[in-house]
Design a protein around this ligand. Structure first.
Ligand SMILES: Cc1cc2nc3c(=O)[nH]c(=O)nc-3n(C[C@H](O)[C@H](O)[C@H](O)COP(=O)(O)O)c2cc1C
Length: 243
């Protein structure tokens, strides 16, 4: 009798063990393993308007496609029988050591995807021992991101028609310990992002310019975002730039 009970318990344990393993495998296999799978998850998780803001490009998206295809033309040439047991991809950027030549590029409005927005991105940059480039159009302010973690931070600057805005942001970034200014020079006009127009993409409050300029926008037929950028950024910015 006791032998039968023992046997039953043993079988039950085995079954539970197998179920646990199976469940484990199911969870593991549904974990995203590459950036395309993360993108598919984001599409499911985010409102269409926000997903297309992050994932979309301008006009017919020729440049977006060309950028992705460019990576497919890069081939890594393996050199066999080389000791790769210890790999060091670390490098230096403007004198700062980073774990690999990969940094966080500036992109605006992270809070549309997650309430922690750029605070979380900066934490991830710190954990990966790389540099966070905070966008001028961040959802959290220069100061809030600086206070949230000790990642090496650069600040990306757009130059507004009102030059005092750029001066103010540079001063605040310097005061908050940002180590470099990354000047964006390819946005004298916002690209015509058709998905944003169709979605009537609303530009959220520009945290960094609160109190400096009016954040009210007249959508003027285009997307709210396009109208905002085109009415604020200085299209006359050139090599002759002076304050
Ligand atoms: C959703 C999104 C938002 C972006 N926001 C900014 C920005 O606020 N400032 C900026 O200088 N560049 C911005 N960029 C441009 C990126 O920093 C980067 O230069 C561009 O995406 C090209 O790199 P990629 O081919 O790796 O995407 C943004 C790009 C995306 C996709």
């Amino acid at each position: 009798m006791s032998l039968t009970l023992e046997l039953m318990n043993w079988v039950l344990d085995m079954v539970l063990q197998i179920i646990r393993e199976l469940l484990g495998k199911v969870t593991m296999s549904s974990e995203p393993v590459n950036v395309n799978e993360f993108k598919a998850l984001a599409e499911r998780a985010l409102p269409k308007m926000y997903f297309e803001f992050y994932a979309g490009g301008a006009e017919d998206e020729h440049t977006l496609k060309a950028n992705e295809e460019a990576y497919q033309r890069i081939t890594i040439r393996p050199r066999v029988l080389v000791d790769v047991s210890r790999i060091d991809m670390s490098t230096r950027m403007l004198g700062y050591s980073i774990s690999s030549p990969i940094m966080v590029a500036p992109s605006g409005l992270h809070k549309l995807a997650n309430p922690e927005g750029e605070l979380a991105t900066a934490r991830a940059a710190a954990a990966s021992n790389t540099i966070m480039i905070l966008s001028f159009g961040s959802s959290y302010s220069v100061e809030e991101v600086a206070a949230s973690c000790n990642a090496v931070r650069f600040f990306q600057l757009y130059v507004y028609k009102q030059r005092h805005v750029a001066a103010n942001l540079v001063e605040r970034a310097e005061r908050s310990g940002y180590k470099a200014i990354v000047l964006t020079v390819d946005c004298p006009r916002m690209g015509r992002r058709e998905a944003d127009i169709k979605n009537r993409m609303i530009v959220s409050k520009q945290k960094n310019v609160e109190g400096l300029v009016s954040t009210e926008v007249d959508a003027d037929g285009g997307s709210n975002l396009e109208a905002y950028v085109n009415s604020t950024l200085d299209p006359s910015l050139s090599w002759k730039f002076h304050t």
